[in-house]
Design a protein around this ligand. Structure first.
Ligand code: SF4
Length: 300
């Protein structure tokens, strides 16, 4: 672990910095910064099916999207420092509280610390571990997670490199996210459910429809239809995009919600392609989905 952090190339940014001395594009060094740990009810029905996912929100991010709804923790890097052992104890505490799963949100830059924490307690966890990421990942980093992660919940945010360059400074986003998703599917295998309808193995690909970009959304759906099967991957189509005050002038087209027409056309495309999964109701788009990052659930 030490060597990989001393020359960090864990995500496509490949900063090559020593995280014991510096912070990289993700904004964090070697220390784990958490934002909140709680039971989270708002995930897909097969993820939050009983008491809610036992979610750990991490601070920092390798994407820094200009419309990020979690900007205080992703871009401003507000977080509470916790040790690997404390993180493993958080996992056990969430399980004791009745969590349906352990859900790791924006975890990529902490992959090594998370593996160490899981090494301490995975044998005591009777619930699946979920990797909920922005999708901008290296397949070789996903390979490190083999045997640790049961369910992958990645985004595919953009198809066009112009759009990903503009909003996330990542012209290579689709190239990496599509390769990472295929690696995740290969690792997680076929979808497996428990007797309560909870997903205990497999991959769910999330896509949030953005204002003015429904045709980009459709290209992502085309790729999913061509490259995955209903036995191994579900689609989760999301309508909840909510603009926040800090969107820059250069991205002013994102200062509105999506219209019914935009969303319905993407939904129709998913249905025409026969994609299986979840389609969020347009009416449920709300800022309520953004939790209050108050560091609750983390050690004092
Ligand atoms: S994880 Fe952070 S430091 Fe490492 S390559 Fe990615 S952005 Fe850079």
């Amino acid at each position: 672990m030490d060597n990989l952090l001393k020359n960090c190339r864990l995500c496509p940014r490949q900063c090559g910095i020593n995280r014991y001395e510096n912070t990289g594009y993700c904004g964090v060094g070697e220390e784990i910064l958490g934002a909140k740990a709680c039971l989270h009810q708002w995930e897909e029905p097969c993820i939050s099916y009983r008491n809610g996912a036992g979610t750990v929100f991490f601070s920092g991010c390798s994407l820094h999207c200009c419309f990020c709804q979690n900007a205080p923790i992703s871009n401003e890097i507000k977080g509470k420092a916790i040790t690997v052992r404390q993180l493993s104890e958080v996992f056990l505490r969430l399980q004791e509280q009745g969590a349906d799963s352990i859900e790791l949100v924006t975890p990529t830059h902490y992959v090594l610390q998370i593996i160490s924490a899981l090494d301490m307690v995975k044998h005591r966890l009777g619930i699946p571990v979920i990797w909920n990421s922005g999708g901008y990942e290296l397949p070789e980093t996903i390979r490190l997670l083999d045997g640790y992660i049961d369910v992958y919940l990645p985004d595919i945010k953009y198809f066009s490199s112009d759009i990903s360059a503009k909003y996330s400074n990542a012209p290579d986003y689709f190239e990496y996210s599509s390769a990472a998703v295929l690696r995740m599917i290969n690792q997680a295998g076929k979808l497996v459910y428990n007797d309560q309808g909870g997903l205990i193995r497999g991959t769910v690909i999330r896509h949030l429809v953005l204002p003015s970009h429904r045709h980009d959304s459709m290209k992502i759906l085309d790729w999913i239809a061509e490259n995955t099967t209903p036995e191994t991957a579900l689609l989760s189509l999301m309508s909840q995009y909510t603009p926040f005050d800090g969107i820059p002038d250069s991205c002013s087209e994102l200062r509105r919600r999506i219209t019914k027409m935009e969303y319905n056309s993407v939904v129709r495309h998913a249905q025409d392609l026969g994609l299986d999964g979840f389609i969020q109701e347009k009416a449920s788009a709300s800022a309520d989905y953004v939790p209050d990052f108050d560091f609750s659930g983390l050690p004092e």
